[in-house]
Design a protein around this ligand. Structure first.
Ligand SMILES: Cc1ncc(COP(=O)(O)O)c(C=O)c1O
Length: 421
């Protein structure tokens, strides 16, 4: 049955749900690989377990918990020792003290993200987000929200700016920010984030007086522990302590422990707002398995071991970024039509393939197909992250590739670009 045949049966919400554009491209790449074609998959925001393994101490703890028959329902908010160790970690690392009552866990960042929108948004209220950014357009639809897209550009490292937020602030109910940003690999500075917080605080000061509900900030920092040399991750409460009551923080082991398939994320929020989220997570049944929670509780309680794991992970990410950075810089210097934004965090690099003239094409999609079919390089256009400009910008993800694969891909790219000059 095709989607349109099913339309008569379904709600408008269900009929309007869009499939992930990233996953459609990833499926195309998998098929090409299965047919024996050489393709470097710079596509998914996932980690290949061969290149980036979950810390062995985590999997050991997991096995212990399974062998101890930890198989019954966990409490909906998370097991107490996990809420405790995550709350200590958030205070130690980001100066955010919500206490264990302000931590609610879910099976990955997605359920807690979904729950955080449900906490505040009525249908028709505005959900504001940067563009390009990961998946927000789907959440606008799922919440029947009004869409406010705040566009970044290469000068702002594709991050939304305080000026952009200020222009629309009177309409916004929820603003979601993500740093390090997927898809761009760029991070807010304390000054940039502080300026956005000032806009929110000034607006909420007015709203408190006139009885209007406040602007809430959902701060998605799932890549917070992955930063390039010299870059510090910043949290809203660190730069503006008054943001505490307006900030919901999201994090997950999916990225921090490269454990995308193990499904554990959490929300840190003012404890007085926690009860409805706990009920919602309970009704959705989206709590992580008890053994996963037990392993995460142990892992997050040992701060120094965790910090050395993050240091090692950063160095493995940076090995790959270094090759991309060096090779793309060289191509750019020699006059080839490529550009990029220096990587600051996460596993992504914003890369521009300005091949419109050389290939005689008008769209990013045509460039993407040329890169895929002629060069064997699979990348995701910024259109998949809501930026509709046909300006040749793409996301490169290094989570599923070895250093040698990156190197080989850059060799092929250089030759292919020279051949079309
Ligand atoms: C910015 C951001 N937030 C949240 C998620 C979802 O994380 P999870 O796999 O834990 O649901 C992703 C996944 O790619 C992401 O990039």
């Amino acid at each position: 049955m095709t989607a349109s045949e099913g339309e008569w049966y379904l709600s408008d919400l269900a009929n309007g749900i869009e499939r992930s554009r990233i996953l459609s491209i990833a499926t195309q790449v998998k098929k090409m690989k299965a047919e024996g074609q050489e393709v470097t998959a710079f596509t998914v925001g996932d980690f290949s377990p061969e290149e980036f393994e979950v810390p062995p101490s985590f999997t050991n703890e997991l096995a212990v918990a399974v062998n101890q028959n930890q198989t019954n329902y966990p409490p909906a908010a998370g097991i107490p020792e996990l809420r405790e160790s995550l709350s200590d970690w958030m205070e130690y690392k980001y100066g955010l003290n919500v206490g264990s009552d302000g931590i609610v866990v879910g099976s990955g960042a997605r359920p807690v993200l979904f729950a955080s929108f449900k906490l505040f948004l009525e249908p028709g209220e505005a959900l504001a987000h940067g563009v390009p950014a990961w998946n927000n357009h789907y959440y606008v639809h799922l919440n029947s929200a009004k869409d406010i897209a705040i566009e970044g550009n290469s000068e702002s490292r594709f991050l939304p700016t305080a000026e952009g937020v200020k222009e629309r602030i009177s309409e916004i109910r929820v603003l979601i920010l993500n740093s390090p940003l997927n898809p761009t690999g760029t991070c807010f500075t304390a000054e940039e984030l502080g300026a956005i917080c000032d806009v929110i605080l000034a607006e909420n000061h007015k709203r408190r007086k006139n009885g209007k509900k406040p602007v809430m900030l959902v701060y998605d920092q799932v890549y917070s522990t992955m930063t390039a040399q010299g870059i510090e991750h910043v949290h809203p409460v660190q730069v503006r302590p008054d943001m505490f009551e307006f900030t919901i923080t999201l994090d997950a082991i999916s990225k921090s422990l490269t454990a995308t398939g193990l499904r554990l994320g959490w929300m840190a929020l003012p404890p007085k707002l926690a009860a409805p989220v706990i009920a919602l997570i309970g009704h959705m049944g989206s709590w992580p398995a008890r053994p996963i929670q037990q392993a995460a509780a142990a892992t997050y309680s040992d701060h120094s071991k965790l910090e050395s794991y993050f240091e090692d992970l950063d160095s493995r990410i940076s090995e790959r970024m270094e090759v991309l950075f060096t090779r793309l810089s060289k191509m750019k210097e020699s006059g080839l039509p490529v550009d990029f934004i220096p990587p600051q965090g996460g596993i992504y690099l914003s890369t521009q393939f300005n091949l419109f003239g050389a290939l005689g094409v008008n769209t990013n999609e045509e460039i993407r197909l040329w890169l895929l079919e002629e060069v064997g390089i699979a990348v995701i256009p910024f259109q998949a992250f809501g930026l509709e400009d046909e300006s040749g910008w793409f996301r490169i993800s290094i989570g599923a590739v070895s250093v040698n694969e990156v190197s080989d891909a850059m060799n092929r790219l250089e030759l292919a670009l020279q051949s079309i000059q």
